[in-house]
Design a protein around this ligand. Structure first.
Ligand SMILES: Cc1cc2nc3c(=O)[nH]c(=O)nc-3n(C[C@H](O)[C@H](O)[C@H](O)COP(=O)(O)O)c2cc1C
Length: 205
């Protein structure tokens, strides 16, 4: 039986989307694993998206299907990606998760793997708080949390400014969003996808 890994993300300017693709690539490396990438619905008006430049950025991944809460029940592991908003997950992801009450009541996600990655504008803008506060919701849903162990030695990289935490992969967008995920950050994201998929595969045997 195939093990199913879903990568579920929201991205306003494309950084989390790039990380999601890297996470999915890692999960696809594992034999017997089926990977699906889904995005959560937008809440911001077209007018505001247009003004902020997000509309054009979001065109790049407009072909990725939107997740419905029940899609989560189909997966063995779900890897969530959200940009930081004031050190927490974004409202779009919060809104999506707030529609999982039925899954919570029925225990549909109990024993599935949950893992999180993120993007912040600034170096100390809340990568860890975004990921670990996200974990609280996943624990309420009964999920088993998986992060990025230090066997991924890129977490130790001190040669450059880089994201990447033991709680989950991360990138830095820069104050104006011009910085793109680095090779180091994308490699950590790929590691996270592979690591989650390997554990899900073992649990699914
Ligand atoms: C309302 C709002 C709040 C934000 N809060 C933070 C923050 O607390 N710390 C930070 O470093 N960046 C913050 N940012 C920057 C975003 O995290 C950044 O735009 C995002 O990581 C880029 O990812 P994306 O391209 O996938 O949307 C904020 C952005 C917005 C619009």
């Amino acid at each position: 039986m195939a093990t199913k890994v879903h990568v579920v993300f929201y991205s306003m300017y494309g950084h989390v989307h790039k990380m999601a693709e890297a996470v999915a690539k890692g999960a696809r490396d594992v034999d017997g694993v089926q990977v699906k990438i889904l995005q959560v619905p937008e809440l911001v008006s077209e007018e505001v998206l247009e003004k902020s430049g997000a509309k054009a950025a979001r065109e790049v991944f407009s072909g990725i299907p939107f997740a419905k809460p029940d899609d989560l029940a189909d997966a063995d592991a779900i890897i969530f990606g959200s940009p930081t908003r004031f050190g927490n997950m974004c409202a779009q992801m919060r809104n999506f998760l707030d529609q999982t009450g039925g899954l919570w009541m029925s225990g549909a996600l109990v024993g599935k793997i949950g893992s999180v990655f993120t993007s912040t504008g600034t170096q100390h803008g809340g990568q860890e708080t975004t990921i670990t506060s996200f974990h609280t919701t996943l624990l309420h849903l009964g999920m088993i949390i998986v992060g990025v162990p230090y066997s991924e030695s890129r977490l130790m990289n001190m040669e450059e400014i880089t994201g990447g935490t033991p709680y989950g992969a991360s990138t830095l967008a820069g104050g104006d969003g011009s910085r793109q995920p680095s090779g180091n950050e994308l490699a950590i994201a790929t590691f996270q996808g592979r690591h989650v998929a390997e554990i899900a595969r073992k649990l699914n045997r």
